[in-house]
Design a protein around this ligand. Sequence first.
Ligand SMILES: Cc1ncc(COP(=O)(O)O)c(C=O)c1O
Length: 431
Amino acid sequence: MLSKEEMIRKDNEYIVRGWGKVGEPMYLVEGKGPMVKDIDGKEYLDCSSGLFSNNAGHCHPKIVQAIKDQAEKLIQPSMRHSNIPAVELAEKLAQIAPGDLKKVIFTTGGGETTEMALKLARGYTGKWEIIALKNAFHGLGFGSIALTSGAKYKKDFGPVMPGVVRAPHAYCYRCPFKYPECDLWCADEIGRIAEDKGLSASHNGQIGSVIIEPIQGSGGIVPPEGWLTRVREICDKYGLLLIVDEIQTGFGRTGKMFACDHEKVVPDILATSKNVGGSLPAGAVITTEKLIDDFNPGTTPTLAGNAVACAAGLALINTLIEEKLVENAAAMGKRLTEGILNMSTSKYVGQVRYKGLMGSIEFVLDKKTKEPMPKKDVNWILGRLAEEGILTSASGPCGNSFRVQPTLDINKDQIDMIVNTFDKILREYDK
Ligand SMILES: Cc1ncc(COP(=O)(O)O)c(C=O)c1O
């Protein structure tokens, strides 16, 4: 095997990585459950779950077995011919998806899935404008990047897809209106934007759909109770299709199979990806028979419906159900929230926002003024967490929200270890 130094040299020479300019590459060589091991043998609790794509835990034996079994039979047929694991996974997705969503278009990744959802919505409505929220993340392809907010993603690439109209997101912690007295002003604003045909209108009279994340993943925002229901009502009132991006919330992470299930909301189009292929590349748009009737998705992506990815995805969903990992996510998210709120250093905790194991912890310098913890301090804490054996990241509207989202098989002791480690590091920070 190459030495670590040689690996870093070759990595820098050949691989272009999104995070390439941030720190030195870390070579993870093994994963088991919520844990990963690096090339030096150091173990970490992976609170980023491989970017949230290992919901049943790293290298779950049932998923590994499904991959091995399928790989020995057939790996990549063309979707002109279909294959057994693709049919089985599509049926399972239809069973677990909300309401009457049952038609599945397979893709190979998240951004591609939101782009497929966009094509479907434009084709069905005949309208080319779409409402997306502030602080949203829907991917970085040329269509999805337009839905994603944040100038940093777009500034070097010229005009991106036109037709995206921005509406407020449900960030109660820093909102001038107080929940519940606000009566979900932010959700209603979607309706006011759609309704506005006057001189102040921010659109061209061509809005056909709305895309939201039920919990903003990269954004680290959990909307309040009733928000999703209100968004659905507004879409119905104004004749807009509701696209729900469950690429990160999907498959149990929020303590329900889909985040929509918390409020029993049925979208018109559901986009999901990170766990569709049981940690292998895959994605799926799930929609109704009515919407799909005249839609021609085209003959690609070539690798969509890959037999091994579909077998792995089916094994992942079955594992979540058999091992009650969705319920565990709900319980562990609650324990994490309570633990963080009760730390001896909780003066730095502005807000803990969780549904299941989806959410974030926002750190502030002063609870009254809500002054965000500065980026350099956030980075120092991230570095100390890694030294103490916890891998995680920070994002959110002010860059100070720690996105602790471990795999759903995490246990109480591991949750307590996360809390105690944060507390220990914040005590050092205090000094
Ligand atoms: C909610 C959401 N949508 C879309 C994407 C894009 O997925 P991918 O990175 O697979 O293109 C992500 C990725 O983090 C996401 O969290």
